[in-house]
Design a protein around this ligand. Structure first.
Ligand code: ZN
Length: 219
């Protein structure tokens, strides 16, 4: 904890003064354009990877970058999605998985969850990805886990579209969905291309989107 407090003191004395105007402007309002949903993993920092300052991203983080499908008893993730899309009117949602994800590893290797029943229950929201993953054959366990990470992003892109606020925004053509996988070792990002239903390099395909324009604006 000592390092955390020391970090705060350094922020207050060295960093805050440099950005004082930014924080003054943000004191009573925020206008983030993007809802960024990622895993809680300490190695993925959304603001660092996207080079965004405070106020730039509305962020939801949890184990496995999961978005529960909408239901009669919506929880915290659903409330945050609804607020971002309806109140803040974000124009883009990024669901970002990552390499070496403990949650996806646990699912892909059928790890015992008896000692972590809450985690086991939470990861059931990735069941459609798990079923697809188990039905395929892989050359190695590493390949199985990497595929699980990608399939989970696809599953969560489907889950988020069960949310009424997201459905309406897509219907009105004012929201685009993006599915990314961040590689910790290389810093690369693979993005899901909804048109070809495959993952491609984001650096080489910067326009790629999980919800192609014709889908988002369909009447
Ligand atoms: Zn993770």
């Amino acid at each position: 904890m000592k390092e955390i407090i020391e970090g705060f003191l350094k922020f207050r004395e060295e960093v805050f003064p440099i950005h004082e105007d930014l924080f003054r402007g943000l004191a009573h309002q925020q206008r983030p354009r993007t809802l960024f949903i990622s895993c809680s993993d300490s190695r993925l920092v959304p603001e660092l990877v996207t080079q965004h300052q405070p106020g730039g991203l509305f962020v939801i983080r949890n184990a496995g970058n999961i978005v529960p499908s909408y239901g009669p008893e919506p929880g915290g993730v659903s409330a945050s999605v609804e607020y971002a899309v309806t109140a803040l009117q974000v124009t883009d949602v990024v669901i970002c998985g990552h390499s070496d994800c403990g949650a996806m590893k646990a699912i892909a290797t059928c790890a015992c969850m008896d000692e972590m029943p809450a985690v086991g229950s939470w990861l059931r929201y990735a069941d459609s990805a798990r079923i697809v993953n188990q039905a395929r054959h892989y050359a190695s366990e590493r390949a199985r886990i990497e595929s699980m990470v990608r399939e989970n992003v696809i599953a969560q892109l489907a889950n988020i579209q069960t949310h009424p606020s997201v459905r309406l925004a897509l219907e009105e053509g004012r929201l685009a969905l993006h599915g990314w996988v961040y590689d910790i070792e290389s810093g690369r990002i693979e993005a899901f291309d909804g048109a070809s239903r495959s993952f491609v390099s984001l650096a080489e395909h910067t326009e790629v989107c999980a919800t192609p324009a014709q889908f988002a604006t369909a009447v």
